[in-house]
Write a protein that binds this ligand. Structure first.
Ligand SMILES: O=C(CO)[C@@H](O)[C@H](O)COP(=O)(O)O
Ligand SMILES: [Fe+2]
Length: 216
């Protein structure tokens, strides 16, 4: 099953409630929420108060991507404000296993993200504990960047490892996904698609409908 997760980083924050309803009505299953701390990545985006205030605007899965150093410090707070899935970066956690277990204990679906240049080998032992792996296909920190082409090979390799090990882990791809490359990304083995600019620029409902059409 394929899922679309529009990244609200590219939304118009003055009309966030309305835009959340538009992606929901057009059929996007997830809402991708990029939390940036100004330390792990250069930018600062938003945090718990925003998530808490938009929670009543959407019944969809809140897919919270933490670009935060040592996110274990904040798992309880993200659980309290309505996260359904929490993704932490392998590069940002000294104790990755403990962080993943803490997420699971709160009843939230855990995922691990890897930066473009991080090897899949860091997943070797943790993979069976995860619901999803997020492969960054741009360097994290900003929306609107170009998809890094070597990521296709990485997606294919990860899908191969997951199948070989008899797991059913989702593969989420995040960064530079557009209507022009989404089919190739799915073909490589991804099944959860994040898209910010390509959803929120122009006609949001139409963009979501076009993504959903290509993702059937
Ligand atoms: O996590 C990130 C960026 O760090 C992403 O979720 C972006 O927000 C995706 O935006 P586009 O590349 O689709 O514009
Ligand atoms: Fe993201």
């Amino acid at each position: 099953m394929n899922y679309l997760s529009p990244s609200i980083l590219a939304a118009d924050f003055s009309r966030l409630g309305e835009q959340l309803r538009a992606i929901d009505e057009a059929g996007a299953e997830y809402v991708h929420i990029d939390v940036m701390d100004g330390a792990f990545v250069p930018s600062i985006s938003f945090g718990m108060p925003l998530i808490q205030s938009i929670r009543p605007c959407s019944g969809r899965i809140f897919d919270v991507h933490l670009m935060v150093e040592e996110p274990i410090r904040y798992i309880q707070e993200f659980a309290d404000c309505g996260a359904d899935m929490i993704t932490v970066h392998a590069e940002a956690c000294v104790h990755l296993d403990r962080t993943v277990e803490t997420i699971r204990e709160k009843g939230i679906r855990p995922a691990v993200a890897l930066n473009p240049a991080t090897s899949l080998s860091v997943l070797e032992y943790i993979l069976p504990s995860l619901d999803m792996v997020l492969l960054m296909t741009v360097n994290p920190g900003f929306g609107g960047q170009k998809f890094i082409p070597y990521s296709f090979e990485k997606i294919r390799e990860l899908r191969h490892i997951i199948e070989e090990r008899g797991l059913n882990t989702d593969i989420e791809v995040d960064g530079g996904v557009t209507l022009s490359n989404v089919e190739e990304i799915l073909k490589a083995g991804a099944n959860v698609i994040v898209s910010g600019s390509a959803v929120f620029q122009g006609d949001i409902s139409e963009n979501v409908r076009r993504f959903r059409e290509l993702m059937k």
